[in-house]
Design a protein around this ligand. Structure first.
Ligand code: GDD
Ligand code: MN
Length: 859
């Protein structure tokens, strides 16, 4: 093997002898190599130690006089090297010399361009490293992984062909020359990782310092296509700092004069943002700005600004409402968070790096990371701030009546809420934390699935598409059975792919568990079972599994997990099975296939619908290239889709029912975005269509969440208010109940006049003294689980308070049933406006009082 081994040193006197004797005593390296020590002005006698070795071995010493720098040293060493293959290692024996041969061989053989001694692949590890160093290294590695597919891109132990160094910019600095090398040949390089055990040094100290970490961050941002430098960052910070004064001043002034949180923070934001844009474009990012107002750039700036603003509303509301922080203090952390969004948005989106150009692939990767982080942050803050919707309150009621299963849904949603509220308290956060975690699990499995089907870039885009599609965004926030269903659905797909395509037998255990947990979430998951069967029938390779025990054991595991539902149904006359089958086998037939398309466009976004169709087409067109993979995607999307299509010919579906089936197709949709030159220019057109769709969807979610919590100045609450604001509504109901208590001296029975919405929402938000809340089943009407929970009371002399979501619910009619028969002296229908603390009108509450309850006479 001929190669040059470069060893940078800075005060390593104690390590030179053990290192060089280690290297020269190896018999795997032969004797056709040189060692180049590049010293950066060590003061501990390192050069003298090296000179001792020069007498007997092929060791060269380069003594640099410039500013000490690791990258600079390696560049100098490479320039002086005699051979074509270069290897770099630390002098402190952290990198095992006996792995040198394995590291260098692939480059010498020409099978690979770069090899990396990796701590983070199977067989690699770190020994004796302090905890914080491990942690830092991991964190650094994770950041790098978003742009680079090497597991240990921050390694200092690597080999490469000498000519590659020419691609590195002359002003590269710092510790991470490897990352720079890896990024130059984007996608073209053949890279191999060799596992190593990294051990901490025995002599001397590490030279890695805080400035290196900072430099690394800046380097990452630049490589990722952002414009960042200490220069722009510090100017941006200074502008931002001045902007804070504008912001805080206006905010304080307005809240001091009675403005609401929303109008104060939005006004002050707009003022500060205009101020900042003027200064940033003229000054901080001056070099990246055309000098005159560019509409595209300004529109992007506004978009980032609106995102930042909508997020900060959430943070403000969260600090003020949940943590009782005074608004004049809460504005500071809120501003800080949005400054970060603004800065990253400016660096990557408003004023991105153009020279040298950044590949589309990297841009999409960065967009994926940015959007995913933004979505997670948005969910994290709003899941506590936004009030429950009635559905969530109903499932919370499940958790107050823990059982093996429930009438209208299997139990997973209840168990998750039970667990969440047991840990975090009876509040919105406790209810929703399960959904939030399910969202993360779904993202992780989707990523892994898409990695296996396609590649890492596709996987990142898959997650991006998933979180911006309405169903994906919502299921990570709202605690409904769909949250665990979606997570379990992707997990099942992931293990199915591993078992059926990759032939991994352990994956069957994963299938059993994911499938079992999924069917505990919602019965729809059963469709994946049918799809699996169809796949196994069609694919001869996978069919062999039928002769092995694994699939049957998986079914057994799933059945075991599902057994609570079976037991509950046995004890309750198969109530929920009958209900679910009754849903489909409805008596009134209705053609609804045209609606189905609209529903799909709603859960996927319109661009998503088009992309889905094109993805199916592309699978058909490219079927031959990877038949098994394409069959897998087609079957796991197509079978559930056909089932829904069939149902839609005679019955209408709820709009979100098809959501999970698209999970199998999202990787293909994401893959298409990255393709050039296939199917004409469809991928390019798709890319163009997705961009605004992603921005608009994300803006819509942030906007709606801001609207339902802090409000949007000038926009009244009218659209959804009968379903929402139950916190304030319940307080109003409690007031009315108090009045009744006073005048009659008796505790009223409060009846939510809907199947389950009103009763559940009232129950969740009712504070001590807790109201006696019932649902419509009191009058012999169907009320889902309430019919199980609340046995019909005997006739009672107590006053009755009827609460309606809307007025009609309190009118006696065919729709609501003749509930008046069961009451004595039903009063008029009253309405009361419900206000928020700050006086904003939220909604109207309809109620009606009655004198007594005759008991339910209908059987
Ligand atoms: N010429 C020169 N100039 N050499 C330097 C300089 C410098 O400015 N700074 C450090 N070195 C030498 C050290 O003498 C040592 O041989 C090698 O570079 C690594 O430096 P350490 O100070 O031991 O770094 P570390 O152990 O904390 O970091 C190691 O792990 C990191 C990954 O977590 C190195 O391998 C890094 O390259 C790696 O990124
Ligand atoms: Mn070291």
């Amino acid at each position: 093997m001929t190669f040059s081994l470069i060893i940078p040193t800075l005060n390593e006197a104690g390590n030179i002898d053990p290192l060089l004797s280690g290297i020269f005593s190896l018999d795997t390296l032969g004797n056709q190599f040189e060692v180049i020590i590049v010293d950066d002005g060590s003061t501990d006698g390192t050069p003298d130690k090296v000179r001792q070795w020069q007498k007997t071995h092929d060791v060269r010493l380069i003594e640099r006089r410039a500013q000490p720098d690791l990258t600079g040293s390696i560049l100098d060493g490479t320039a002086a090297a005699r051979y074509e293959v270069i290897a770099v290692m630390d002098a402190d024996l952290s990198h095992p010399p006996d792995r040198l041969a394995a590291l260098i061989q692939p480059v010498v053989d020409g099978t690979h361009d770069i090899t990396v001694g990796s701590r983070y692949i199977a067989g690699g590890n770190t020994i004796n490293w302090p905890f914080y160093r491990r942690w830092l290294s991991r964190a650094g590695g994770w950041l790098a992984r978003s742009i680079c597919d090497v597991n240990d891109a921050t390694s200092g132990f690597f080999a490469f062909r000498k000519e590659l160094i020419g691609n590195i910019t002359k002003n590269a600095r710092g510790y991470k020359i490897l990352l720079e090398l890896l990024m130059t040949g984007q996608g073209q390089l053949r890279i191999k990782e060799i596992p190593i055990s990294f051990r901490d040094r025995q002599h001397g100290n590490s030279k890695l310092s805080l400035t290196h970490h900072l430099a690394y961050l800046l380097q990452l941002i630049t490589l990722a296509g952002g414009t960042v430098s200490l220069h722009t960052a510090s100017r941006f910070a200074l502008v931002g700092f001045l902007g804070v004064f504008v912001d805080v001043f206006i905010f304080q002034w307005m809240t001091g004069h009675g403005a609401s949180l929303a109008s104060a923070h939005i006004s002050s934001f707009i003022a500060a943002a205009s101020f900042n844009y003027a200064l940033n474009s003229k000054w901080s990012f001056r070099l990246h700005h055309a000098g005159h107002l560019q509409w595209k750039q300004f529109a992007r700036f506004l978009t980032v600004g609106v995102f930042a603003m909508l997020l900060r509303g959430a943070i403000l509301a969260w600090l003020v409402h949940t943590w009782d922080m005074p608004a004049e203090w809460a504005i500071f952390p809120a501003i800080l968070t949005t400054a970060m969004v603004n800065y990253l948005g400016s660096a990557f989106y408003v004023f991105p790096r153009t020279e040298p150009p950044v590949s589309t692939d990297i841009r999409w990767r960065i967009a994926s990371v940015g959007v995913a982080c933004f979505v997670i942050l948005l969910r994290l803050v709003y899941m506590d701030v936004a009030q429950l919707i009635p559905d969530e309150a109903y499932y919370w009621q499940y958790a107050q009546h823990m059982a093996l299963s429930f009438f209208d849904h299997p139990p997973m949603v209840a168990w998750l809420i039970w667990l969440g509220t047991a840990l975090a308290g009876q509040n919105e956060f406790g209810v929703r934390i399960g959904a939030f975690l399910c969202g993360l699990i779904a993202m992780a499995y989707l990523f892994a699935l898409a990695c296996n089907l396609y590649d890492k870039s596709t996987a990142m885009r898959s997650v991006l598409l998933f979180v911006i599609m309405p169903f994906g965004f919502a299921t990570g926030l709202a605690m409904t059975p769909d949250a665990p269903l979606i997570a379990a659905w992707v997990a099942t797909l992931y293990y199915m792919e591993r078992a059926l395509l990759a032939n991994k037998s352990q994956a069957w255990l994963g299938i059993g568990i994911a499938f079992g947990l999924g069917i505990l979430s919602k019965y729809t998951l059963g469709l994946l079972g049918i799809a699996a069967l169809v796949y196994v029938i069609l694919d001869p390779v996978a069919r062999r599994w039928l002769l092995r025990p694994h699939p049957y054991l998986a079914v057994l595991v799933a059945l075991l997990l599902f057994s609570p539902v079976i037991i509950w149904n046995m004890e309750n006359n198969w109530a929920s099975f009958l209900f679910q089958t009754g849903r489909v086998g409805n008596t009134q037939h209705e053609f609804a296939t045209h609606q189905l398309l609209l529903q799909i466009a709603t859960v996927l976004t319109p661009v998503g619908l088009v992309a889905a169709v094109l993805a199916l087409r592309s699978i058909a067109l490219h079927y031959r290239e990877a038949p098994r993979k394409h069959l897998f995607i087609a079957v796991f999307t197509g079978v559930p889709l056909l089932v829904f299509l069939a149902i839609s010919t005679f019955d209408s579906l709820r709009f979100h029912w098809t959501s999970p089936l698209w999970l199998a197709l999202i990787p293909t949709m994401a893959w298409m975005i990255g393709q050039n030159g296939i199917s004409g220019n469809i991928p390019a057109q798709l890319r163009t269509a997705w961009r605004p769709m992603i921005t608009i969807s994300l803006l819509a979610y942030a906007f709606v969440l801001h609207y339902v919590t802090l409000g949007i100045p000038g926009l009244p609450y009218q659209f959804l208010s009968e379903h929402y604001f139950w916190k304030e509504t319940t307080a109003e109901v409690e007031k009315i109940a108090g009045e009744i208590r006073q005048t009659t001296g008796k505790e009223p029975i409060v009846v939510g006049m809907s199947k389950w919405s009103a009763a559940s929402a009232l129950a969740f938000y009712s504070k001590a003294p807790v109201l006696d809340i019932q649902s419509r089943n009191l009058f012999g009407q169907h009320a889902a689980m309430y019919s199980f929970w609340n046995p019909i009371p005997a006739p009672s002399g107590r006053p009755v308070l009827l609460i309606g979501m809307k007025q009609q619910a309190l009118e006696s009619s065919a729709a609501t049933g003749n509930f008046e028969d069961k009451l004595i002296n039903t009063g008029e229908i009253h309405s009361r406006p419900v206000y928020r603390q700050d006086g904003l009108l939220l909604r109207t509450l309809y109620y009606r009082t009655a004198e007594g309850y005759r008991g339910n006479t209908t059987p």
